[in-house]
Design a protein around this ligand. Structure first.
Ligand code: SAM
Length: 243
């Protein structure tokens, strides 16, 4: 069994492959751990993301949920009362898509196994796109955002949810304690995976803060870029409009 330090993914292709393996391995426990470790707050974060997407302008449109995992964000979108469109949910870890497949039965969601850094869709395919807690895992973030820009029609929106570090010192101290001490322990016990839940706080620590991420959105071609901190800055909602 690999040691925790040695196994946490670093950069580039190696990171890409290790992240794919990691999510493939934890897929059977992903939903349980997701809701337990976030104390179910993740559900409200996904509602904020869909509220920001602007799908109401094209309720019969086609939407992409990239890094879709077990479809929670795709389901939040297609469960909206007046939504009559469809959602393509893509992820490179097939076991995540397989694990969640019952959740999308009789819903307008189709699953595609694919890499968000090389999306298997033509230019201007979608009326909007979402990514929930996925972009932090990309080995080339700028490339992933450029790909998302390529497949979203001009004038339509990308909305991204991601973890971040709270700005308030007291909140930050509590969050870092939970993230570095409690979460890896519970994650290891429940998932049985030796380092998946050590990777999570490590990946948040090394990830650009909201202003830097907004700048990468702009560099990828998005305009009207903005962000909003959620739950005191544990997570952040980012958005931009494709040009
Ligand atoms: C933390 S999970 C989030 C899943 C889901 N969006 C949610 O909100 O629960 C991150 C997902 O991103 C996927 N992922 C990471 N890097 C990816 C890449 N380069 N291409 C496609 N999927 C990727 C993983 O396989 C995993 O399912």
């Amino acid at each position: 069994m690999p040691s925790v330090q040695a196994a946490v993914p670093k950069e580039g292709d190696e990171r890409h492959d290790q992240v794919q393996t990691l999510f493939s391995e934890i897929a059977p426990r992903y939903d349980l751990l997701n809701h337990v470790l976030s104390l179910n707050i993740d559900r409200s974060w996904r509602k904020h993301a869909v509220n920001k997407l602007g799908w109401e302008a094209s309720p019969t449109g086609s939407y992409l949920d990239a890094c879709a995992g077990t479809y929670d964000l795709a389901i939040e979108l297609c469960g909206r009362k007046d939504f009559r469109g469809r959602v393509v949910a893509s992820d490179f870890a097939q076991p995540m898509l397989v694990e969640g497949r019952r959740k999308i039965e009789s819903r307008p969601v189709s699953a595609v196994c694919g890499d968000s850094q090389r999306l298997p869709f033509p230019d201007d395919s979608f009326d909007g796109a979402t990514v929930g807690f996925g972009v932090r895992n990309l080995s080339d973030l700028a490339l992933g955002l450029s790909e998302l820009h390529r497949v979203v029609r001009p004038g339509k929106r990308l909305v991204v949810l991601e973890f971040t570090v709270p700005p308030n010192p007291l909140m930050r101290a509590g969050y870092l304690f939970y993230f570095h001490q409690i979460l890896p322990l519970v994650g290891r016990l429940v998932s049985g995976h030796p380092w998946a839940y050590t990777y999570l706080p490590e990946s948040v620590k090394g990830f650009p803060g909201p202003p830097e991420l907004a700048a990468i959105f702009e560099g990828a071609g998005f305009r009207d870029v903005g962000w909003k901190l959620l739950t005191g800055g544990i997570a952040a909602l980012h958005w931009g409009t494709a040009t």
